[in-house]
Design a protein around this ligand. Structure first.
Ligand SMILES: Cc1ncc(COP(=O)(O)O)c(C=O)c1O
Length: 370
């Protein structure tokens, strides 16, 4: 059994995709060809944003807006310690300081109630809080109504980490469309993934869009060889663009199947483990289906039982970022973010992809219920 089955999906789009790849081979426009522009306009209308800037990965999609807004040394950027390292890494790469805020125990997303105190503590430490990066963990958007209110109080701008939530929504607004900018990832295992690395940034801000396009190509000015600012090589390949265009044709259907699978799991497992809670007015892209065991020991037992039956399971995330060696210099201690630490000790993710068969889900649930 696969944790994520990309091969069954490939069979559905293979013929049309090969046809489009062949056109690229014949055109010779391998990077930033017309397919990239076509993709950007499709993605912008999907999310409902004015602009979409595609780029080379979800990490660059987070880094580029920080660069565009001049985030640097002495600045503090708020995020959570219960996320993939890239969320905090980009803050450090920009030269700023990540300031962590614990997550809610039921949604695993940033707890808006704790943001104000973290901002004030950052100011007391001599930092200048500038922005907040809420993460839409496992596919469910964060609580943007409350986050926007706090952000306004403290004059922070919001960069949505929608790496896992592309396709999810809150109050009818698609993920990627919150805050000043939203960043997503097209890493192959993501709900919408390409066949390599890729990412995209969404914004309604015309000036930001212009600066992002410059940063994407080494800070280019009128052309690539006049450089107005420091940038990166953040371009998307034409072949990845057509992979995404083809996958977009079946994406909404896949999202519906993911939801059906999540419901199936939750109905069967709700009395055995803590199942994910999707709040009212939210939809999840179900990048992961993560459950909580009663204890660290029980998680070990359940994961071992699955492994014995050839069923893969994963832990996202085993070590919260404030306890990672890479962030030791920030000076955080164990116990500072109790919810993230507790989740890290009990959480595990089950196979989740739209090609999971009912018999397979039954078999997974049977092992956990035994
Ligand atoms: C929450 C989160 N942020 C950022 C990233 C970075 O995306 P990428 O791997 O495309 O650079 C990921 C991807 O794994 C992620 O899960």
């Amino acid at each position: 059994m696969q944790f994520i089955d990309l091969l069954s999906q490939k069979d559905r789009i293979r013929t049309s995709l090969l046809h489009r790849i062949e056109s690229i081979l014949d055109s010779g426009h391998f990077i930033m060809g017309p397919e990239v522009t076509e993709l950007e306009s499709r993605l912008a209308s999907y999310v409902g944003s004015r602009y979409c800037v595609s780029c080379s990965s979800g990490t660059d999609a987070l880094l580029m807006p920080l660069m565009a807004k001049g985030i640097g040394p002495g600045d503090a950027v708020i995020t959570t310690p219960f996320t993939f390292v890239a969320t905090a890494e980009v803050i450090s790469l920009a030269g700023a300081t990540p300031v962590f805020v614990d997550v809610c125990p039921d949604t695993f997303n940033i707890n808006p109630e704790l943001i104000g105190r973290a901002v004030e503590e950052a100011v007391a430490r001599g930092l200048k809080p500038k922005a907040i990066i809420p993460v839409d963990l496992f596919g469910q958007p964060a609580d943007y109504t409350r986050i926007e209110a706090v952000a306004e109080d403290y004059k922070l701008w919001i960069l949505e980490d929608a790496a896992q939530s592309f396709g999810g929504s809150f109050n009818g607004q698609k993920a990627g469309g919150f805050g000043l900018a939203g960043a997503t990832s097209f890493f192959p295992a993501k709900p919408l993934g390409c066949y390599g690395d890729g990412g995209a940034i969404f914004t309604d801000d015309e000036e930001l869009d212009t600066v992002l396009r410059s940063i994407r190509v080494h800070g280019s000015g009128v052309d690539k060889y006049s450089n107005d600012r420091i940038g990166i090589n953040g371009r998307l390949d034409s072949i990845q663009a057509v992979v995404l265009l083809e996958k977009l044709t079946i994406f909404d259907e896949e999202l519906e199947v993911r939801q059906r699978i999540a419901d199936f799991y939750s109905n069967r497992l709700q009395h055995r483990v803590a199942v994910p809670r999707i709040q009212e007015h939210y939809t999840s892209a179900w990048a992961q289906y993560s459950v909580l065991a009663a204890s660290f020991e029980e998680r070990e037992q359940l994961m071992q039982a699955l492994q014995k039956e050839g069923i893969p399971s994963m832990i996202y995330y085993k070590i919260p970022l404030h306890l990672q060696k890479a962030y030791a210099s920030l000076g955080y201690q164990a116990g500072e973010f109790p919810v993230s630490e507790d989740l890290s000790s009990r959480i595990f993710a089950l196979p989740m992809h739209p090609y999971l068969k009912d018999e397979e889900i039954e078999r997974i649930c049977a092992v956990l219920l035994a």
